[in-house]
Design a protein around this ligand. Structure first.
Ligand code: HEM
Length: 435
């Protein structure tokens, strides 16, 4: 071989290691792509956003029936793993919980939660572990929940009185149960957290609910900044979304400030410690012990708002963490686990022998894993108390001229953290005494 021929091969020889490295890298990327869960076809810039309809949990469920219980969606530029079966949920919430238990940083939520310092919206870190431990011990404990029994009894009693009166004065008139149950849970939270009752206080129930509804709406609203980091904020600013979030934040902040100041007044009388008293007590103790408190006024305000929204960190039955969303709505309707899943049949639980303390992945009403609901006991005690009284004190009939099939079970569309029935549940109460 002459010198010229040797020089022709030289660059190839020099490039060989680079080519090998490149080949190895592409093999690795291809292998990673092969390992990714299936994805519906996406379009540039918006990804799969156009495939989410007005009821995201339902659109996701339809997509999952085509692409499987683990699928990867792109919401704008953000990849999100969607989990739609009990087995996959177990894999995510039990086996890989640690990797998946931070919350997504939603812009509206960030503002309303005083920059994610509430237990429900904080990312998973040492701070969250400390705060959650504190809340579980001081707020969600069995002892604390029992101390609020007088609130539950009072509110259930007043609702039963209202229904009894309606049943005797206008026996064929239906009661709007959706509205009444919503008002009942609102009153319980208001009294438990803030120590005030709407009855006989300066607070206007309707205005307060409007404010909470606005907060949930702006927190759950579509935000361009989340899906298009870097430039999305400009669209949010022009569309007025940012202004709306700021307005709601200022109103809530003023309200919480007033409530905290009221609690600091020495002349204040109280029945039991409410959540503001508990948090102020923790703050005082921290100052006494360490000279300063890491629970600040903003932490207390964030937790106070969290009382309304934390049961709804899921959006329409979809609990979300940074890397993925578990579609509890779809899992609760999976025919693999539930016979006639769409049928309203509470009797299906009569034979159920499962311990309610054991995590069940086919029934995720309270979520699961490290971020599972700490207010489960508080929530179930109040729900059971109300339901037992509604069923024990009254029989219920459909309004004249309607059949069971006429009851509309559709969900309300619209962007909001919570999911409610599209049309209210109207039923006629029949007093047990009238039998
Ligand atoms: C029957 C009523 C309730 C239901 C169905 C419910 C459901 C849920 C669900 C599904 C989650 C998300 C779990 C996850 O991401 O895996 C959650 C979280 C949470 N819930 Fe509840 N909840 C209820 C009542 C309450 C109450 C009364 C409170 C407190 C007053 C509360 C406080 C919280 C908090 C603080 C979180 C966030 C936990 C964290 O991120 O560490 N919940 N709830």
């Amino acid at each position: 071989m002459d010198l010229f021929n040797s020089l022709v091969w030289l660059p190839f020889l020099l490039l060989l290691p680079l080519l090998l490295i490149f080949k190895k890298k592409t093999q690795h990327v291809n292998k990673e792509l092969k390992n990714l869960p299936p994805s519906p076809p996406k379009v540039p810039i918006i990804g799969n956003l156009h495939q989410l309809g007005a009821l995201p949990h339902s659109s996701l469920s339809q997509l999952a029936s085509k692409y499987g219980p683990l699928m990867l969606l792109h919401l704008g530029r953000i990849p999100v793993l969607i989990v739609s079966s009990a087995d996959a949920a177990k894999e995510v919430l039990k086996v890989n919980d640690l990797a998946c238990c931070s919350r997504p940083k939603l812009t509206g939520v960030g503002r309303l939660s005083y920059n994610y310092i509430d237990v429900a919206f904080s990312p998973y870190n040492e701070y969250w572990r400390e705060l959650r431990k504190l809340c579980v011990l001081e707020i969600f404990s069995v002892k604390r929940v029992k101390s609020f029994r007088f609130v539950r009894e009072d509110e259930v009693g007043s609702l039963m009185d209202f229904i009894s009166q309606s049943a005797s004065s206008s026996p064929t008139d239906p009661v709007n149960l959706t509205e009444k149950v919503f008002a009942f849970s609102g009153s319980i939270i208001f009294r438990t957290a803030y120590g005030k009752s709407f009855r006989g206080s300066e607070f206007d129930r309707r205005k307060f609910y409007e404010l909470i509804h606005d907060a949930e709406t702006v927190a759950g609203a579509f935000c361009y900044d989340e899906c298009f980091p870097g430039f999305g904020w400009i669209v949010d600013w022009i569309s007025g979304h940012k202004g709306r979030v700021d307005r709601v934040f200022r109103k809530l902040d003023t309200l919480f400030q007033q409530l905290i100041e009221d609690h600091r007044k020495p002349e204040r009388t109280k029945h039991e410690d409410d959540i503001i008293d508990v948090m102020l007590g923790i703050q005082k103790k921290q100052i006494e012990e360490h000279g300063h408190a890491w629970i600040t006024k903003n932490h207390i305000k964030a937790i106070l708002l969290g009382f309304w929204s934390s049961g709804d960190v899921r959006s329409g039955g979809v609990s979300s963490t940074t890397n993925g969303s578990v579609n509890a709505w779809a899992i609760g309707r999976d025919p693999k686990y539930w016979k006639n899943p769409e049928e309203f049949s509470p009797d299906r639980f009569i034979e159920d022998t499962m311990d309610s303390k054991v995590q069940r992945f086919e029934l995720l009403s309270f979520g699961g894993g490290r971020r599972g609901c700490p207010g489960m006991y508080m929530g179930t005690v109040a729900s059971e108390h109300l339901l037992a009284n509604l069923l024990y004190c009254f029989d219920w009939a459909l309004p004249a001229g309607t059949k069971e099939a006429d009851v509309n079970m559709e969900e309300q569309t619209g962007q909001c953290l919570t999911l409610s029935k599209k049309t209210p549940l109207l039923l006629v109460p029949i007093s047990q005494a009238s039998h």
